[in-house]
Write a protein that binds this ligand. Structure first.
Ligand code: ADP
Ligand code: UDP
Length: 237
């Protein structure tokens, strides 16, 4: 596999073409941003952890019947993935109130829902990723009705799988963000990453935050928190 031109540099990853038009290489950086890029920093070693964690979780999800973009881990920071055309929706699944949900609806962080919720944001940095519903997504031609149905089905399946897995690691899965994409034949697969950048993970016993909220909220111990969840994951997988 030959690495070719850089196609894109995002906030957390770089994307490279390869000699196969159907495959890309993603390279995970230590750069961290929050609040739509307003807050910037570095989390030393984050790229290595997010790469490994995302790959391990995606392989597990594949086995559970959720198709993903994962192909092969190439190095500490680089992974070969299937190239997709990203569906411009950020899909957020929540088990417990936190973050923007708590703020928007005036609910204290930590309130456990009777059943998980799902919401969509329009993946558009210029607009600040505004919240939208399925009808808006259809009106904007962001996805077809069939794609929205399969995305919801996969997202809840991911939640059930990851909730159990993290519980076994002594970690509570509070919420997370997923992105999906279309392969060249139109098949919808899970893409992007699953990591402490994109999930809220709380220690099941102490409630300690083990995710990017430590960076967002200047709680300190950011690197240690990423290392701790990675340690628990590798001990269990
Ligand atoms: P952002 O674009 O939000 O700054 P990243 O720094 O994580 O995010 O950049 C990675 C980019 O690659 C994102 O735009 C993401 O949607 C996209 N991406 C993730 N997986 C794939 C894939 N398999 N094929 C094509 N693009 C992908
Ligand atoms: N999230 C993400 N990228 C985003 C927005 C949210 O990965 O652009 C994740 C975030 O880490 C959390 C979940 O989605 O696990 C829900 O985030 P929320 O809507 O509460 O937003 P935030 O508090 O980050 O503004």
């Amino acid at each position: 596999m030959e690495k070719r031109a850089q196609l894109y540099e995002g906030k957390a990853k770089k994307v490279f073409a390869t000699d196969d038009p159907e495959l890309l290489i993603v390279s995970y950086k230590d750069d961290a941003t929050a609040f739509n890029g307003l807050k910037k920093g570095t989390i030393v070693g984050k790229g290595v952890i997010n790469n490994k964690m995302s790959n391990l979780l995606m392989q597990r999800l594949e086995k559970a019947g959720v198709p993903t973009h994962y192909v092969k881990e190439l190095s500490d920071r680089e992974t070969l993935v299937k190239k997709v055309s990203i569906v411009p929706l950020e899909v957020i699944v929540r088990n417990i109130a936190a973050g923007s949900f708590s703020k928007r609806y005036g609910v204290e962080e930590g309130v456990v829902f009777d059943s998980p919720t799902i919401e969509f944001s329009y993946k558009n940095d210029e607009l600040g990723d505004p919240l939208l519903d399925e009808y808006h997504a259809l009106a904007l031609h962001l996805a077809t009705p069939e794609e929205i149905e399969i995305i919801k089905k996969y997202s809840f399946a991911v939640n059930e799988q990851l909730k159990v897995f993290w519980r076994e690691c002594g970690v509570t899965l509070v919420d997370f963000k997923l992105e999906f994409g279309r392969l060249s034949d139109g098949t919808v697969v899970l893409a992007d990453e699953i990591s402490p950048d994109t999930c809220r993970l709380w220690d099941s016993k102490t409630g300690e935050k083990l995710d990017k909220d430590r960076f967002r909220r200047d709680l300190g111990g950011v690197e240690d928190a990423y290392a701790e969840v990675m340690k628990r994951l590798t001990a269990h997988i």
